[in-house]
Write a protein that binds this ligand. Structure first.
Ligand code: BDR
Ligand code: CA
Length: 323
């Protein structure tokens, strides 16, 4: 059983990831923590509460986190990708539950201590809350079972700049601080999420069999799919489709064998034209200059059996939300 906190900025693809986690019998969602990213944190928190209502999981706590990055101003929200409300502008009903009184960072630290080594942190937004949790408890990396991050890219071009992925450039200082710590950290980045697509036909099926949850996922994805219709890498597909960015990080928990990794020391560029770039030491053997000596290693997913991840996502939703 994976006992997880999802640190999230919902977000159309965040909603898909949360739905998968709730639907999977081997995952227990201990809480959601929210962060700015796809919208301001007020909006992403409201979305998190609304999603849990529609997914029938209103009892799961939601703790609100950062509304801006550690050191740089917040970039404009990508409302051209996720809509103004970050859920495809479909007008969700107001939430029925209240936000947890603790900050996201405090919530993460509390649950990590409570679960004594069992907690898995899955971060699918900018890493500001995880960096804030490290400030509260520098021993956090030793207290969690693993940290799984949707973010960054090693070889695949970035989706915000030629080298930067949205979550890492959203708060490059936080990403650098998090990757500088020695935890069992896995990065699921664009190298694999750009290979793993969800199609309109999948959402039609999910919508037909998964009640209100399916309806929400289908409707919210329309805006997102429209954005990706303009992506030249996806032109060859006749049907509307979009990368399964955030859901891939959740599927990794239950199907790690579908991914191939490179392990090495990593850093994130904090400023300049390469801001937000994930740099991974793929060679591993010593270099002439000593700068990287002693940096902890992470695992970065480089290849994926996309059909397995896709099929598992769709099957899990169909089973978990069968109406
Ligand atoms: C990431 O950026 C956000 O827009 C998505 O929700 C995902 O977490 C993909 O780069
Ligand atoms: Ca996200």
């Amino acid at each position: 059983m994976h006992r997880i906190i999802i640190d999230t900025d919902p977000g159309v693809d965040d909603a898909q990831a949360i739905a998968y986690a709730l639907a999977h019998p081997d995952i227990s969602v201990e809480g959601l923590t929210t962060v700015f990213g796809n919208a301001s944190v007020d909006i992403t928190t409201r979305n998190a509460l609304q999603l849990l209502d529609v997914f029938g999981a209103g009892e799961i706590p939601v703790a609100q986190g950062a509304d801006h990055p550690l050191q740089i101003p917040r970039f404009a929200s990508p409302d051209f990708v996720h809509g103004k409300d970050a859920m495809g502008d479909i007008g969700l009903a107001p939430p029925t539950s209240l936000v947890d009184p603790r900050s996201a960072a405090q919530f993460i630290v509390d649950i990590a201590n409570q679960l004594q080594g069992e907690l898995t942190l899955v971060a699918i937004g900018p890493l500001t809350n995880i960096a804030a949790a490290l400030r509260l408890d520098a021993g956090l990396p030793a207290k969690v079972r693993q940290l799984v991050i949707m973010g960054g890219t090693v070889v695949e071009p970035g989706n915000v700049t030629p080298v930067a992925e949205a979550n890492f450039i959203g708060d490059p200082h936080a990403a650098e601080q998090v990757l500088a710590q020695d935890w069992p950290a896995t990065v699921i980045g664009l190298d694999v999420t750009h290979q793993t697509l969800l199609y309109d036909q999948d959402l039609e099926k999910i919508s037909a069999h998964c009640g209100d949850a399916g309806d929400l996922l289908r409707k919210s994805s329309r805006f997102y799919f429209d954005f990706y219709r303009g992506d030249k890498n996806l032109e060859k597909h006749e049907q509307s489709c979009a990368p399964m960015h955030d859901a891939s990080a959740l599927v990794y928990l239950t199907k790690p064998e579908a991914f191939t990794f490179v392990t090495g020391a990593a850093c994130v560029i904090e400023d300049g034209p390469a801001m937000g770039q994930l740099v991974l030491d793929r060679k591993g053997s010593p270099y002439v200059m000593p700068h990287w000596e002693g940096r902890p290693k992470i695992s970065a997913a480089m290849q994926v059996q996309a059909a397995r991840v896709h099929d598992d996502f769709v099957d899990t939703l169909l089973r978990g939300f069968a109406a």
